[in-house]
Design a protein around this ligand. Sequence first.
Ligand code: NDP
Length: 472
Amino acid sequence: METYTDQYIGGGWRPSLGEGTITVLNPATEEALAAVAAGDAADVESAVAAARAAQRAWGASSKETRLAHLTAIRDGLAAHQEEIAATVTAELGAPIGFSTAVHAALPLAVASGYVELLAGFEFTERVGNSTVYREPAGVVGAITPWNYPLHQIVAKVVPALAAGCTVVLKPAEDTPLVARLFARIVHEAGLPAGVFNLVTGIGSVAGAALAAHPDVELVSFTGSTAVGRAIGEQAGRGIKRVALELGGKSANVVLPGADLARAVNVNVGNVFANSGQTCSAWTRLLVHQDQYEEAVAIAAKAAAKYVPGDPTRPETRLGPVVNAKQRDRVRGYIRAGLDAGARLVAGGVDAPEGAERGFFVRPTVLADVTPDMTVAQEEIFGPVLCVLAYRDEDHAVELANGTDYGLAGGVWAADEATAVAFARRMDTGQVDINGGRFNPLAPFGGYKGSGVGRELGRHGLEEFLRTKSLQF
Ligand code: NDP
């Protein structure tokens, strides 16, 4: 087992100033994979100092210079696809097929999109007698979770660099290895020292120090509501910008006349992908009461195809969840749903058969879920689908909007116009119409408790800019 006691700061790997290490577990085997430095406030201090020192020159660099570096990062991501997929499978437990198609390929698509976007992006515009300049926001503190560990890093770091910001990244403690691999890719891309820095460590220590640092001008955070709220409150006190991506409880609404079988099958795939650890997952399936039992039967049948197994095998569709805490939390939610009167049609609380080791959870479908139940309101973040019945369209809107969250959703209807009309009534940041696929250039982010700000595409780049007007 490798032990890494260094941090990537100021253009090179430096001994961490923090004491001790964090052991990274393979969630499928519970074996230790590696240990990384448990960075502390002193590491954050030196990383932020490096980022601050590099900020002015990087912010003033030409678009062509930044484009060349971004292109090199994109090429590095392309060259390391296999290693990325294997690393995410090892530390997150995602099936290798999914790691290859999503955990490795999506960050590459996002980086490629930013190379193209930056090439055509205008940082100045003329408004009447003014010239409006879009300038970098400054030093960015990026705090990322474990569920899409590289995607979430790239979705923050790449647009921040494109905007001319310098960055200190604090990745999740469960998935620091792909973050270290990303730092290697950035290093190989030859960025000036201090433009990108990585501090591995515990959230309440390194993450908190980064979010609180007075020289960090913008905090971009993805993770739980509790931590996001604390970061937002602190940012308010320091008049610091924040972008918060805090998860969801998204509804997939099947309207009468839609292709029910397809809508339900796609929903099951959507909610079990990545072991249900997707903030935008359709965790609530809303079906008309007349089609309810048919939908439940389709969901149960589809769920049976997801057998938890070894994520390194190409045929595995469902791996473990990330850690023991998450496994217990997800099972606790399943139990709470059953105690509240939900009907178990697939899965359950017990460990899957044959899974003596690893943080596995049975892919679960709960029917007869009502909106007052905890499982209908809180983010479970595991392979659990809740099926709810609605009476009519207004009731479906009320149910869809009836949580604190508003990140994503789906609508299925006989025709696009009907689906779009329904989607416009949903309080949520993005909606897939009749199974429309994920677009890495479209703005991603939440309404209501799902957060503030947008990632990806032009909107994601603009998060890292500030605006200055000169009058003539
Ligand atoms: P957290 O919000 O705790 O973790 C997200 C990131 O924030 C990690 O890098 C974490 O570090 C860091 N962090 C933790 N505490 C602090 C702090 N006080 N100050 C600054 N940074 C901090 O999420 P969890 O990993 O605990 O997941 C719990 C639940 O959150 C999940 O079950 C799910 O419901 C939700 N979640 C939502 C995500 C989303 O995509 N929106 C992603 C992940 C989780 P460290 O890893 O060291 O704790």
